[in-house]
Write a protein that binds this ligand. Sequence first.
Ligand code: PRX
Length: 654
Amino acid sequence: MQEFDPHVLEEKPIAPPAEFQKRARVQTLEEYKKIYDRAKDDPEGFWGEQAKMLDWFERPQKVLEWDLPHAKWFSGGKLNVAHNCLDRHLAKNGKKVALYWEAEDGKRLKFTYAELHARVCKFANALLTLGVKAGDCVAVYMPMIPELPIALLACARIGAIHSVVFGGFSAVSLADRIGDAKAKWLITADGGYRRGHVVPLKDTADKAIESCPTIEKVVVVKRTGEKVAWKQGRDLWWHELEEKASAKCPAPAFDAEHPLYILYTSGTTGKPKGVLHTSAGYLLGCMYTMQLVFDLRADSRDDDVYWCTADIGWVTGHSYLVYGPLANAATCVMYEGAPDFPKRDRFWEIIERYKVSILYSSATAVRAFMAWGNDWITKHDLSSLRLLGTVGEPINPAAWKWYFEVIGGNRCPIVDTWWQTETGAIMISPLPGATPTKPGSATLPMPGVISRVVTMKGEAVKPGETGYLVIEKPWPSMLRTIYGDDERFKRDYWTRIPGVYFTGDAAQLDADGYTWVLGRVDDVIKVAGHRLSSMEIESALVSHPSVAEAAVVARPDEIKGEAIVCFVTLRSGIEPTRELRAALGEHVAVTIGTIARPSEVRFADLLPKTRSGKIMRRLLREVAEKGGVSGDTTTLEDLSVIAKLAAAKGTDEE
Ligand code: PRX
């Protein structure tokens, strides 16, 4: 959890920049409060009203059926998510650019809504010829290329459930996720590019499939042209399937609650959870927040050019690079590669080239840009920007201010958006024309969201005191369950503090009712905004033959927010060496994915445990934060003192 500086609470709010405010959808705090109160007093009336922004084939009969913790939104309603993202725009916006895609090597492509629609229809037909039916699960393991959103929308069009696995995950992680969802189809690419290097996705997919008996067909996009292994009868080239497919594909009507996708995320245990989102409520959440938080201008002569820098492998990419912007007929930018390739001004070059007006990125990215220095930025014209956003982790006030001044030229409001894979859409955020901001605070809940900061007993904490962030009422884009594990859904989110949704975050409210999210209270680690579980990394470590026991904690990191520190006890007779330390780091990267590579692996003689044998991570966190043994020596740490202390205390800490 981030160290919290109470002084920031005393900072004066920053009013929305006047020029922005004049044209914003919501222009005053009073207006926000009016909408908020209306939603609070009559949530079903409010959401029923909002749901009119979707294009329904059959209108819903009921807004909400709530049988805690199970919600059904918009029962009786029928729609098609892909139709809402594409077909309905064709008459008016068919020629409008839906997507500007830029490859890492500089290659550029442009898709109008009509072109994107045709590509999606073709690939949807291709999926149908492969036997994919509504309700089937299709796994997706792809680089950031246009075929990725096309694949998602094609699945949505025919009612198949997509399960995207981030391209940086390992074969083991991919296999676990395919296995859990029992996917029969996998869509991948021969490879992707990252900082000029080829990422061999097909090779990794092949390894994963060795332990995935459910997979019948693998569709492969030719991206790099590198030679890949080929299994006749199982592997199919995307372009060959697409060439044969018709560009006409009906968009059938599906129930409002038809499953749209599964997205795996890390929780407290080692097993990732498959967060299940459904159709209408999720799409509404994305569409509604896109309008209010990003103040999107579409359908006019000065349309926005919107760029969300997240990878579609994460929820931010799902909601704010695919479903939210396309449902709103926005023009989006999608970039394939790294922000520092070939040079550290790649982002600013892209903003200048496409005249990006809305930029949505992560706090980690902002801190990295800040560290790289302003010279990379000042040589570019960023005057097209009018709004900036961040997501994924707390943003420290210094980085916030730098973003505001240097990138936003003091004229762009910043929306610090708090939400989760589970919430589907933004929950707490300023409305950029209305909410005075305080650097480091996600400010106020969205209309329709009732968030609270409470004790474990569910009692409200006083302003300035730390408590648990919870959500009181159901909301349309909430997860419906954990795929295949409804008990875990109930246990993790709805029974910790009975009757409310438990976010897993600690937070404070200030005297103005602003929310300050401090970080996770569970064993979830946020590295560069990516969510990882301590337990997952620990089980990767103990699967190494040299390791007897491991404990993994996070320590604050100036750029990445948090960094992974592993404490490892070796099996008897195994010597701690530099080579072994490097090998263990590599082992974690290979087992989970490079995003989980530890910053430090520290050898310890024994780990501090309670009498009942539970590892005391809190103590280890303190040790990790204080530094101590340098990452480059192989001295065995003597943790016996804290181990004894821990044993003497004798209580389970968490
Ligand atoms: O701890 C919070 C942090 O990210 C967690 C959710 O992670 P994930 O499901 O990967 O989704 C990230 C993208 C939506 C939260 O429980 N988090 C997210 N946004 C913020 C944040 N912490 C502070 N401020 C934010 N704006």
